[in-house]
Design a protein around this ligand. Structure first.
Ligand SMILES: Nc1ncnc2c1ncn2[C@@H]1O[C@H](COP(=O)(O)OP(=O)(O)O)[C@@H](O)[C@H]1O
Ligand SMILES: [Mg+2]
Length: 227
């Protein structure tokens, strides 16, 4: 594989991520890590399936023109994926950085909402919307990464859960940034306003932004009573 290592960006339980160079292009290599506590065969099958699915959905979104990393190379057997390196730094860092002004933070959160809506409009739910999985560039434009748990779905529930996950994280990890979720929701709604009703995908009609936001309210209520 023609990847030249630069520096290690991340060593997580599931994956090791390196930045580097692929055929002269800024790239990252994501290497799946075996989970010691799982049976090796099962681990291999699960990891295999997840990486295939992640790659397939990334290609689908990239082709639809979304700002997600382009897939450069894939070796599912070895558990390796090489993709375009996206500019920017994780939203979690931006929100923790005291030198960031309010205007920039608002823009980053609106842009995050808009990026999520664009993924949802393709009938794809992310499945792991943490502030680590959103990258924000210098202008405050957000892109989503890490689609290992993403799926295609047409039921509104999973879309509502996607927003609920990031809502909970913003509330718990960044309580000082009041209105964070409101800015994100504004961006989510504004994207639908800009583009009009979502186009039907191969499996049918995609839930509208209004339907998803209503479901978010519903999920919040359920969590308050049973959480
Ligand atoms: N395409 C990319 N461009 C730039 N940075 C990336 C890219 N993919 C991953 N990273 C960096 O590596 C980290 C871990 O990657 P991620 O795909 O989220 O792995 P994990 O499944 O272990 O969370 C990200 O939070 C981000 O900082
Ligand atoms: Mg991640």
């Amino acid at each position: 594989m023609v990847f030249q290592e630069g520096e290690r960006l991340h060593l997580g339980a599931e994956a090791e991520v390196w930045s580097g160079d692929w055929m002269g292009r800024a790239a990252v290599r994501k290497q799946r890590r075996p989970r010691a506590w799982r049976h090796p065969d099962l681990d291999h099958r699960l990891g295999h399936r997840r990486m295939m699915s992640e790659a397939r959905l990334m290609v689908r979104m990239h082709r639809a023109g979304l700002p997600v990393p382009a897939l450069f190379d894939l070796d599912v057997e070895a558990g390796i994926m090489v993709m375009e390196r996206m500019p920017g730094r994780p939203l979690i860092e931006v929100l923790r950085d005291a030198s960031m002004d309010e205007e920039f933070i608002q823009k980053a959160l609106e842009s995050t909402g808009s990026a999520i809506r664009n993924v949802h409009r393709l009938a794809i739910t992310h499945g792991d919307l943490s502030t680590n999985n959103v990258l924000v560039d210098k202008k405050g434009n957000a892109t989503l990464i890490d689609f290992g748990l993403a799926v295609i779905d047409y039921e509104v529930e999973r879309f509502g859960i996607d927003l609920h996950v990031i809502d909970e994280i913003l509330g718990a990890s960044h309580p000082d940034i009041t209105d964070a979720i409101h800015h994100l929701i504004n961006g989510y709604e504004a994207e639908e306003q800009r583009q009009g009703a979502p186009i039907d995908q191969t499996g049918g009609a995609v839930p509208t932004a209004t339907e998803v936001l209503k479901r978010l309210e519903n999920v919040r209520t359920r969590v308050r009573y049973h959480g």
